[in-house]
Design a protein around this ligand. Structure first.
Ligand SMILES: [Zn+2]
Ligand SMILES: [Zn+2]
Length: 140
């Protein structure tokens, strides 16, 4: 985790987000939920739980699984976060942040659900659905 004080906002500006720490080694998730939600694979940076959200009344949270919710601006639809219920940790779309340094595609989740109409040339770690379920089972 890198310490910084990154600020961002949704497209319409109703929601402002301040993050203390971001891991610049981001993850791409190919699971079906993320592809439906994002319209493409979800490029996510880990932001920990020290996240300040202004304009909370404009944030709609959709509980997309028993362990996590996805949040978006109810005015402009900007996707804001994927939040783990148990840990309270946020993963946010890397595209929300304009000036992050040291970004590196580090991991691809649900590599076995990656469709065959795209591929990345980045060399990354990968985890299949079964590996993810094993790894995170303790957290869920
Ligand atoms: Zn908005
Ligand atoms: Zn996913």
């Amino acid at each position: 985790m890198k310490s910084l004080n990154a600020q961002t906002r949704c497209l319409c500006g109703a929601v402002k987000i301040t993050v203390d720490k971001i891991n610049p080694e981001f993850t791409v998730c190919h699971c079906e939920s993320c592809r439906v939600w994002s319209g493409a694979p979800y490029f996510a940076v880990q932001c920990g739980s020290a996240v300040k959200i202004e304009g909370q009344q404009k944030v709609t949270e959709y509980q997309s699984s028993s362990w996590a919710s996805r949040g978006f601006c109810s005015d402009c639809g900007t996707h804001l976060f994927f939040k783990m219920h148990k840990s309270g940790e946020y993963n946010m779309p890397v595209g929300l942040f304009q000036h992050l340094e040291g970004l590196k595609m580090d991991m691809q989740y649900f590599s076995d659900q990656r469709p065959d109409y795209y591929c990345f040339s980045n060399e990354t770690k990968e985890m299949t659905k079964a590996e993810i379920m094993d790894y995170f089972a303790a957290d869920i």
